[in-house]
Design a protein around this ligand. Structure first.
Ligand SMILES: [Cu+2]
Length: 179
């Protein structure tokens, strides 16, 4: 009998805890909701700024010459804010990273071949600028850059890559998939 009372007490206690916990997270959600509401309001009030913020996508690059994300899915025309973060330690001159989004159907090999010799423009060749939709700066260790743009209106797969010499060849690439 004692045991039953005890387990009941434990259950009751747990229930109270749960309720308490639930209440807390509810009020937490509510207060953050309240905080978000005015922000949303002001964003719609200044509609010109809305596309500039967009959905945030963060990609990390490191000394293994890989992007942490190799596929980004987006809706046609969706506002995106892509951040590249170089979390590596190797100096920029030997291990710089950038994020270059190419136009649909761009000749990637041709672009990469030109990029190799475009150190002066951070490996984004001026002669192939017409193949590029958007690109970040070339980043050294612990540097970050963000580019904001709208996903293309035409559905399909758009290659992105790091144009630092040799990086694309070892797999520093991915695709923006527009649906
Ligand atoms: Cu790279």
């Amino acid at each position: 009998m004692k045991n039953i009372v005890r387990s009941f007490a434990v259950t009751l206690c747990a229930a109270v805890l749960l309720a308490g916990c639930g209440k807390k997270s509810d009020s937490g959600a509510q207060s953050s909701g309240d905080a978000a509401a005015p922000a949303g309001k002001s964003a719609s009030a200044t509609s010109a700024e809305t596309p500039a913020s967009g959905r945030s996508v963060e990609i990390k690059a490191d000394d293994t010459m890989k992007f942490s994300l190799t596929e980004i899915r987006a809706k046609r025309g969706e506002a995106l804010s892509v951040t590249l973060r170089n979390v590596g330690n190797t100096p920029k001159f030997s291990m710089g990273h950038n994020w270059v989004l190419l136009k649909k159907g761009a000749n990637v090999d041709e672009f990469i071949n030109e990029a190799m010799n475009a150190a002066a423009t951070d490996y984004v060749p001026a002669s192939k600028q017409d193949m590029v939709l958007r690109h970040t700066k070339l980043l050294g260790p612990k540097e970050v850059d963000t580019v904001t743009f709208n996903a293309p209106a035409e559905p399909g797969r758009y290659v992105f890559l790091c144009s630092f010499p040799g990086h694309y060849q070892v797999g520093m690439k991915g695709e923006l998939v527009v649906e």
